[in-house]
Design a protein around this ligand. Structure first.
Ligand SMILES: Cc1ncc(COP(=O)(O)O)c(C=O)c1O
Length: 414
């Protein structure tokens, strides 16, 4: 497309934008397996209106031009630290998402370790279960670190003994997920906490997915294991507001047990003709809308609202799992703790089921080991459960009646 010589009318452009969405997935109808999270219409409205209130402001200027943005951000962090049972003196930052929070935690830990060891060029390793999110590999490739992915046990749970055995003197970071993305299962963070203390290794909990749901599931009496700062070995946590915090994108939190650890995070530079450049995030300019909207949604819902949503969502997922179990030949992968659920089949190829479902407009999320159909569920998926299950029953009976030609290639991709 050539750079336009002349401008176009606003209405014309808005119409085109709207029309361009015609071939996108109908996420409102629950047809996307991930990407968009929804609680209630009212929560969406709150987030949207707060975002627009701060549409133009730049969170880069939070410590200079926009003290209100700084205040909102500090309050979001304070609320998060409280939720995750942080001790006095804990600290944290907002970021633009899980990947950025993870990059920040890894580089903070690396800086701390380089300082502690007196080795400014130390390249350490990160030990974690193989289910670790690839954002850590991204961080490791940017920072030239080694990642040691330890296979899970046959029951798909993290192998704690093998994780401990993978730690050596160059290990700078042990990571547990709460929950992991592939199976939706929470790693045994209490045991990892003990290992971390014993080996004096920094333990980070990737609660990007579960952070803002697990505390409420626990309060509802669900058997969700401890994962936060109440475990003494947990030194940092990443938790995304734009997932199960139901806040508009971009919004995440990265939190540290102590302000001394957190002090390693900001980038502070003076070696240029302009003024001192100090940022807490990887990015510079950052939408203040994401900060204001997160503050607004947390205040709007409060624990009461999050409990209500957790009850509806997890109750809906219980029903979904029961219905899946009632379809002959299907099984739920592992024992998901929260809202990620994958299902496979004892006798059919799960990717063939996914292909059938795609024909009916349900974009598949896929798991390769075991082959399964994977969904990160929010109220969008609960509200559309009946047509989804109808189509799933159709897909399964269709495959049984007419086994497909050799599987068409289908890629598990995000
Ligand atoms: C466990 C886990 N960690 C980190 C991330 C990265 O989050 P983001 O997509 O916000 O960068 C994800 C994303 O799904 C995730 O599932």
């Amino acid at each position: 497309m050539a750079f336009p010589e002349k401008g176009r009318a606003r209405a014309d452009i808005l119409r085109e934008l709207h029309e361009r969405k015609a071939n996108d997935i109908d996420w409102r109808g629950g047809r996307a397996p991930v990407f968009v999270f929804k609680a209630e219409d009212e929560v969406d409205r709150m987030g949207r209106e707060a975002f627009v209130e701060y549409f133009a402001e730049n969170a880069l200027g939070a410590t200079s031009a926009f003290p209100s943005v700084r205040g909102l951000e500090q309050e979001v962090i304070a609320m998060a630290l409280d939720l995750f049972h942080a001790p006095p003196g804990a600290a944290g930052f907002m970021s633009t998402g899980g990947s950025e929070s993870i990059l920040l935690a890894v580089q903070t830990c690396r800086k701390f370790e380089r300082d502690r060891r007196g080795q400014p060029r130390h390249h350490g390793n990160i030990v974690a279960s193989e289910t670790l999110h690839p954002a850590f590999d991204k961080a490791a490739s940017l920072m030239d670190l080694e990642i040691r992915r330890v296979p899970v046990r046959a029951d798909l749970r993290a192998d704690v003994a093998a994780l401990e055995a993978a730690i050596d003197t160059d290990t700078i970071l042990l990571v547990g997920s709460a929950p992991n993305f592939p199976y939706g299962m929470i790693d045994p963070i209490a045991e990892l906490s003990e290992i971390a203390l014993r080996h004096r290794v920094w333990l980070h909990v990737d609660a990007c997915v579960g952070g803002y749901l697990a505390p409420f599931a626990r309060r509802l009496g669900r058997p969700v294991p401890e994962f936060d700062f109440s475990l003494p070995g947990v030194r940092s946590i990443s938790a995304d507001l734009h997932k199960y915090g139901f806040c508009p994108k971009p919004a995440s939190t990265v939190l540290y047990r102590s302000a001394a650890d957190a002090a390693f995070q900001p980038f502070d530079f003076s070696g240029w003709p302009s003024g001192r450049f100090i940022t807490g995030t990887v990015v510079g300019t950052r939408p203040a809308g994401g900060v204001a909207a997160a503050w607004a949604v947390l205040q709007h819902l409060g624990a009461e609202g999050y409990l209500r949503i957790a009850e509806q969502l997890l109750g809906g997922i219980d029903r979904y799992r029961r219905e899946l179990g009632a379809i002959p030949g299907l099984f739920v992968v592992g024992e998901p703790d929260l809202a990620i659920v994958a299902y496979g089949s004892h006798d059919l190829d799960a990717f063939a089921i996914a292909t059938q479902m795609a024909q009916r407009g349900w974009q598949p999320g896929l798991l390769r080991r075991p082959r399964a159909v994977h969904r990160m569920m929010s109220m969008l998926h609960i509200d559309s459960m009946a047509p989804y299950l109808d189509d799933l029953r159709w897909a399964v009976s269709e495959l049984r009646a007419r086994p497909p030609a050799p599987a068409q290639p289908i890629e598990a991709r995000y």
